[in-house]
Design a protein around this ligand. Structure first.
Ligand SMILES: [Zn+2]
Length: 138
């Protein structure tokens, strides 16, 4: 497949030397759309996703862990409804974790479209509007 002479969809400044393959299916017909990308954008996207996962898990796990530790150290009631409330509060750490993780993604995607904008590629949008569904590659 050739992606030559096509600009990168994500930065719109570099010639695409790579692409994202999106697999589509509508009833029995299958289709593949190549969203042109340059290798720089692709590596930024990769960095963004890896960072997102690391930040999310580290912040939410550390936050929740710290939270539980504080609960144990305090004289809080840890049985009955108290423990359920404590667990729910610990889960709230997912919120700042998500905010930080999304902040990282927008930091990584500065000046380029984030990877989720793959779906806004005109040729792909056309297919989706036409009733195609995105599927996993065979
Ligand atoms: Zn690019």
């Amino acid at each position: 497949m050739s992606v030559n002479n096509q600009g990168c969809w994500f930065c719109e400044t570099t010639d695409a030397d790579d692409s994202y393959e999106v697999f589509l299916k509508k009833d029995e017909s299958k289709s593949v759309v190549n969203v042109p990308s340059c290798s720089t954008c692709k590596s930024k996207h990769k960095k963004a996703i890896i960072g997102f996962l690391i930040i999310f898990f580290v912040v939410s796990l550390c936050g929740a862990g710290l939270h539980v530790a504080v609960l144990f150290l305090s004289n809080a009631e840890l049985s009955g409804p108290g423990s359920a409330i404590g667990a729910a509060l610990a889960l709230l750490w997912c919120v700042p974790a998500l905010i930080l993780a999304f902040g990282w993604v927008s930091y990584c995607s500065k000046g380029i479209k984030p990877q989720r904008h793959t779906i806004k590629y005109p040729e792909l949008m056309e297919k989706l509007n036409d009733g195609y569904l995105m599927v996993k590659p065979d």
